[in-house]
Design a binder for this molecule. Structure first.
Ligand code: GLC
Length: 739
């Protein structure tokens, strides 16, 4: 008896000493392992509370359990920054004054850096802004493969190559989640266009699925540790991706071991039974057409709300389905909303602006930089001492490109436009002419510009160009509907709003023309031979004007390389090389007829030269590659070998070079692309400096997905290693035999 009394007193003493009281439930005890907290919380929930956790109860909020002190989860766009607050129950902005954020460069720009360090910096900064804004889930990154230059949302993704996208998404994910904010890797999967996005039924082979469209998602889950994955709107092989047995249960949760939450794209759920049994965990945004209208349905009418509860109570779906969902949802809650270890974050800091600027600096791609005259120097970097009048032209020189584009749009605190950046650098040498007008960013519609306005703006710019020493035209697309925007694909491959005519007219009166394209896609370039200097500038975010000035002015040596190919004409593109079933489909179904030959895999294998190839980008210096040296001429099936190559900066300024390693299977029982990117390394070299880059080739680098046996295999035989400065600029090769 005495001992029991002593124990009771000791326990009481301990409790009063401020540590956890004996009756503190495990799920509320931070010191407990998450899985123990999950199981404890699960056991305390009623069926109704469990179902409530599985769907939205606000436009961007899913329910918690007030009775148990489990908070709601806050979900927020997007991949390039934390979106402004949206009203509780409609798509309007709530116009708060405390939700302006940093607009980071679009993910195509991040991919174009080919620098995983930039990805880590990006994730850390955007994660700090998300946790500061009280968000539990950040709806990004997008890693859908760039299959056609007409896809309205390519600017949100990481290009045409699954390996590049796989490498570049992982650090972003890891660093965001270190802030106690989950990512939501999207849109899983095969969401490669916006036209008919909410229902188009995609058919692609197992090889295309596993070799092209899934790898970046697999890396995001298995290497990045993503805590949520967003199902895509479209269908795959007849089933909506948001409740797709193959994609969610078999591959994502089964093969890959994903332990997080599958959330719909907003409005991506279409069936209660499928949602119950095919791997969906949280339903958001139903009964809306995506962004503009809301039906009269309430949140309790969601597929995973009352209809689901009814099926559970009637035994039409196993109770185990809701416990499986809620286990994942609670795991997410304890990783985020109820994670008391997470930092407080920060917003619009100098550090974040510096990250945005650095990513822009490293992602800008120099496409062309020829001397205007045979004996002259290239126009870039700009030598301001040579010019008195620098004319900047273009709507995109002043346009706030953080707006538009759909759900990834942002309200910014600061936004340095290209004109601002160039004026900061060149002062009153800079004059400005609008040159062309793009109309306001309006979701789902395009504001036409009267021809009279087009003509007068062009004539005004041409007149000023005649008097200028240098002309910098900042054009491109503009994140309007049909112009790099969610909800619609581009309808033309060319530049809009009379830009082609403007380019020709400006060049005719002043050959010293620098063209800066701000786009998330390849565009047609009928004027290519006439324009001496061309820069692919991406959507650069809050510090875009500074990044452009850094590169155009030479403070930064351009080092970005294209994450996707620029075709000479649209029909050269594999998705457009077949019939309309290959793109955009017949509004019901679509067949990816190019199969595994996406991007450079098509151009190089079919020997169709791209206008600018995957992995291409110029510098203000030059690099010389030595002869590649491999460590062996034969490789065991479970062995490795290394390839080393010396790279030297043979120019006069420091620069970074992206050394790319492609692998070609010289003899395979199935079709394989001529070569596939399997390694890359970005190195800084001072003038005259030489470094040796070494890659380790593993069996995984040699494998293809053999759909005859349903697994990855590497067939013995001869392989060729290509060391390239781009997918076509091959500086050396080496061959070996796989035993
Ligand atoms: C949109 C987009 C998705 C976004 C979500 C919430 O329709 O497809 O990327 O995160 O809905 O806005």
């Amino acid at each position: 008896m005495k001992n029991k009394l002593l124990t009771a007193f000791a326990c009481a003493a301990l409790c009063t000493a401020g540590s956890l009281s004996a009756q503190t439930p495990i799920y509320l005890d931070d010191s407990q392992p998450i899985e123990a907290r999950v199981q404890d919380a699960l056991g305390r929930l009623t069926l109704e509370e469990k179902v409530a956790l599985c769907h939205a109860y606000g436009k961007f909020a899913s329910a918690g359990v007030p009775r148990l002190g489990i908070p709601e989860l806050w979900w927020s766009d997007g991949p390039h920054g934390v979106r402004a607050e949206i009203n509780w129950n409609d798509w309007g902005y709530s116009n708060q004054t405390n939700d302006s954020t940093t607009a980071f460069p679009a993910l195509t720009c991040l991919a174009a850096t080919w620098n995983p360090e930039m990805s880590a910096k990006y994730g850390k900064a955007i994660g700090e802004e998300a946790v500061y804004r009280g968000k539990d889930v950040l709806l990004g990154p997008g890693v859908n493969i760039y299959r056609t230059p007409l896809n309205g949302r390519n600017f949100e993704y990481m290009g045409e190559d699954p390996y590049l996208a796989s490498v570049m998404c992982v650090p972003y994910i890891q660093e965001v989640q270190k802030n106690g904010v989950a990512v939501s890797v999207k849109h899983y999967a095969l969401n490669n266009q916006e036209l008919w996005r909410d229902h188009i039924d995609v058919y692609a082979s197992d090889r295309a699925l596993y070799e092209i469209y899934l790898p970046a998602f697999k890396a995001a889950v298995q290497k990045g540790g993503a805590w949520t994955v967003m199902g895509a709107y479209n269908k795959f092989r007849g089933q909506h991706c948001c409740h797709n047995e193959l994609l969610l249960n078999k591959i994502l949760k089964g093969d890959w071991g994903f332990d997080g939450v599958v959330v719909t794209d907003w409005g991506g759920a279409h069936d209660t039974y499928e949602a119950a049994v095919n791997g969906l965990d949280v339903e958001m945004g139903s009964y809306t057409n995506g962004l503009t209208s809301e039906s009269e349905f309430g949140y309790n009418d969601y597929y995973l709300a009352d209809p689901y509860l009814k099926m559970l109570k009637e035994g039409k779906v196993p109770l185990s389905t809701v416990d499986e969902k809620v286990t994942r949802i609670l795991r997410l809650v304890f990783r985020t909303a109820m994670n008391r270890q997470k930092p407080y974050g920060s917003l619009c800091t100098d550090e974040h602006y510096a990250v945005a600027r650095e990513i822009g600096d490293e992602g800008i791609v120099l496409l062309k930089n020829d001397p205007v005259t045979k004996k002259g120097n290239p126009l870039l970097p700009i030598d301001a001492s040579k010019y008195e009048r620098i004319l900047v032209v273009g709507d995109n020189a002043v346009r706030l490109l953080n707006e538009g584009g759909g759900s990834s749009e942002l309200k910014v605190k600061d936004m340095v436009s290209p004109l601002d950046g160039l004026r900061e650098l060149y002062g009153d040498k800079v004059q400005y002419a609008h040159g062309y007008l793009a109309g306001r960013p309006m979701y789902g519609q395009v504001e036409e510009v009267p021809q009279a306005v087009v003509d007068s703006l062009r004539d005004e710019a041409v007149a000023m160009a005649r008097e200028a020493d240098l002309v910098i035209l900042v054009g491109g697309l503009n994140k309007n509907h049909h112009q790099d925007c969610e909800g619609g694909d581009r309808i033309d491959f060319g530049l809009p709003f009379g830009q082609d005519e403007l380019i020709e007219a400006l060049q005719a009166v002043n050959p010293n023309l620098v063209l800066v394209l701000l786009t998330g896609n390849a565009v047609d370039m009928p004027w290519l031979d006439k324009v001496p200097a061309i820069v692919q500038g991406w959507y650069l975010g809050s510090m875009g004007g500074k990044s452009l000035a850094d590169v155009l002015g030479g403070a930064v040596c351009p080092s970005g390389k294209l994450p996707f190919s620029f075709p000479k004409k649209l029909t050269d593109c594999p998705a457009h090389a077949f019939d309309s079933m290959a793109y955009p489909g017949d509004s019901i179904k679509e067949e990816y007829k190019e199969d595994i030959l996406v991007g450079y895999r098509w151009y190089d294998t079919k020997e169709i030269p791209a206008l600018f190839p995957f992995g291409y980008g110029l510098s203000y210096t030059s690099f010389e590659y030595g002869k590649p040296v491999i460590s062996a001429k034969k490789m065991e099936a479970d062995g490795t070998l290394t390839l080393s190559v010396a790279v030297k900066n043979t120019g006069s300024v420091a620069g970074k070079e992206i050394v790319q390693l492609y692998v070609g299977d010289e003899k395979c029982s199935l079709l394989r692309p001529q070569k596939e990117l399997k390694h890359f390394d970005k190195i800084l070299l001072q003038p005259g400096e030489e470094k040796t880059v070494t890659f380790t080739i593993t069996p995984d680098d040699l494998k293809f997905y053999d759909d005859r046996v349903g697994r990855w295999v590497a067939e013995p035989g001869k392989f060729k290693l290509y060391v390239g400065a781009s997918s076509t600029d091959i500086r050396g090769t080496a061959t070996f035999e796989l035993l």
